[in-house]
Every structure is written in structure tokens, then in C-alpha cells.
Design a binder for this molecule. Structure first.
Ligand code: NAP
Length: 265
């Protein structure tokens, strides 16, 4: 049974975040208020309808959309306020908003590193910092950051992304230690390549740079994955749902790889 009744999902309009919202709405739960946050209002509105549709018949469900740029401090402050007005104090955060660009390290500009950190690190840090005081006051909270296999290992051409995702895992671990005695758990899921727009864009970039077909580019990124397939967004969502389940109360500070065995090799 889902331990939380009010949950904010950043990046909730598409990809992994939307899959998480769908899984939470349709899974075992009590009354649930879900806040979907992202920048594009139209995509958010479509996601809201989709989540309401899959959640129908699974218990009382309210879904709201918040247009929020997680890289922008003022936007996060306004967005967190809007979330609190909708559902009161948040029980849980799923921090999935993220971006990935690639470049050789020696061609990685200050701007590329800064905009990657702005979304992938600051975009986790600010909502987390904003939600913690109420969680501490109520002695309950669940936080899940959608980190990456790039939080645990290095890879070529994604230095900015890798730095941002290592930083997120550091933040998760620090928060898990600092708030573990206050009824709050903080964990990370660490997927390999997932079948979403982000991966489709990466494959397009590899194909454009190398002259490979999209299929060959896919074979290349799967060469080190024992399962030889992309992770499904629903599989990441299932792991996030587990971390938000009552049964996961003792899981704190974990970094759960969802990589088809890539890191085991
Ligand atoms: P996606 O399909 O590109 O979706 C990204 C989501 O984040 C969208 O909802 C997008 O909505 C939102 N977003 C992007 N920038 C934002 C910003 N500045 N402020 C607020 N929302 C923003 O990506 P995904 O594959 O679902 O990735 C989700 C997370 O999983 C990311 O943190 C990513 O690093 C991580 N991850 C992905 C993979 C993969 O292979 N796909 C693997 C490991 C980890 P808007 O554009 O409308 O804002």
C-alpha cells in the first residue's frame, strides 16, 4: 500500500515521471492527490487526463498540473506554493525532471555544464529543501530522485550529465543520513537507458555524429547491457512505487540500479 497521500512528481508530463504518476494512480493506495510538474502546460494537461483515466476505479484521486521550471528558483518557489495550496503539505516527492546533452569533455562549455546542473542538481535540491520542513514537522516523508547509472559510473561524452547525476546521488545520501531519524526516507533509482524521448534524442545525436542508423546506434548503446534491451519506463515506475510503499520504510539512502545488469559486468 502506498505510504503517501500527497505526491509531487517533477518531470511528470512525459517519460519516466508520467509512468510513475500512472503507476501510483493505478496501484494499491488510499485517497491520493498527485501534483504533476513540468514546463509545458499542454503536455501536462494531456498527462493529467491520462493519469485520471488510469486511476479511475482505484480510489479517490485528484490530479493537478503545475507549470514549473525546476532550474529557476522563483518558478520552484511558486510551484511548490501552488502544490501546497492544492493538497496541503506534501508526503512525497518524485524528482524526475532532467536533461541530457552530450559532448566530448574538452568541448563541454561552461554553459552546457551550468544548464545541466541547473536542471539535474538544483532541480532536485530546491524542491527537496522546500518540502523537508513540513516533512520533519510531521515526522513523515518519502523522497525518490530519478538519478541514473551515470550516478554510479563514468561514461564517454556525457561528463556534464555524469557530474550532475553523481551530485544528485551525493545529495540523496546526505539527506538520507541527515533525515533518516525523522521518519523520512531518501532514495535514488539509477536506470540505464530507458525507452523515452530522452533516449530517442540521444540515439538521434549518436546517429548524426557517427553516420550510424538509429538501429545501429541502439545496438551500440546496448552492447554492454546483458539484457540487450532498453529499460521500460514502467519498470522504473515500479521501482519508484516500491520505494513509496509502506513496506519500504527501512530502505533509506539506497541507489537502486535498473540497468539490465550493465553494472554487474
Ligand atoms: P524525458 O522523456 O525527456 O522527460 C523529461 C521530463 O522532465 C519532462 O516531463 C519534461 O517536461 C521535464 N523537464 C525537463 N526539463 C525541465 C525543467 N527545466 N523544469 C521542469 N521540468 C523539466 O526524460 P526521461 O527519460 O523521462 O528522464 C527523466 C529522468 O530520468 C531524468 O532525470 C533523466 O536524467 C533520468 N534518466 C533517464 C534515462 C533515460 O535513458 N531516459 C536514464 C537514466 C536516468 P518539460 O520539457 O515540459 O519541462
Amino acid at each position: 500500500m502506498l505510504a503517501a497521500r500527497s505526491i509531487l512528481v517533477t518531470g511528470g508530463s512525459r517519460g519516466i515521471g508520467l509512468a510513475v504518476a500512472r503507476a501510483l494512480a493505478a496501484g494499491p493506495r488510499r485517497e491520493l492527490a498527485l501534483v504533476l510538474a513540468a514546463r509545458d502546460g499542454e503536455t501536462l494537461a494531456a498527462a493529467k487526463l491520462e493519469v485520471e483515466r488510469v486511476g479511475a476505479g482505484h480510489g479517490p484521486l485528484r490530479v493537478c498540473c503545475v507549470e514549473m521550471d525546476v532550474a529557476d528558483a522563483a518558478s520552484v518557489a511558486t510551484g511548490m506554493q501552488a502544490a501546497a495550496e492544492f493538497c496541503g503539505p506534501l508526503d512525497a516527492l518524485v524528482l524526475s525532471a532532467g536533461v541530457a546533452e552530450s559532448a566530448p569533455l574538452h568541448k563541454t562549455s561552461d554553459e552546457l555544464l551550468e544548464r545541466t546542473l541547473a536542471v539535474n542538481l538544483w532541480g532536485v535540491f530546491r524542491p527537496l529543501r522546500a518540502a523537508l520542513p513540513e516533512m520533519v514537522a510531521r515526522g513523515f516523508g518519502r523522497i525518490v530522485a530519478v538519478a541514473s547509472i551515470a550516478s554510479l559510473t563514468g561514461a564517454s561524452y556525457v561528463a556534464a550529465y555524469t557530474a550532475s547525476k553523481h551530485a544528485v546521488l551525493g545529495l540523496v545520501r546526505a539527506a538520507a543520513v541527515e533525515y533518516g531519524g525523522k521518519g523520512i526516507t531518501v532514495n535514488a533509482v539509477c536506470p540505464g537507458y530507458v525507452d523515452t524521448d530522452m533516449t530517442r534524442r540521444s540515439l538521434g545525436r549518436i546517429a548524426a555524429k557517427t553516420g550510424l542508423s538509429a538501429e545501429q546506434a541502439l545496438d551500440r548503446i546496448l552492447a554492454r547491457v546483458p539484457q540487450r534491451r532498453l529499460v521500460k519506463p514502467e519498470e522504473v515506475a515500479a521501482a519508484v512505487a516500491f520505494l513509496l510503499d509502506e513496506g519500504a520504510a527501512s530502505v533509506n539512502g539506497a541507489a537502486l540500479p535498473l540497468d539490465g545488469g550493465e553494472l554487474a559486468g
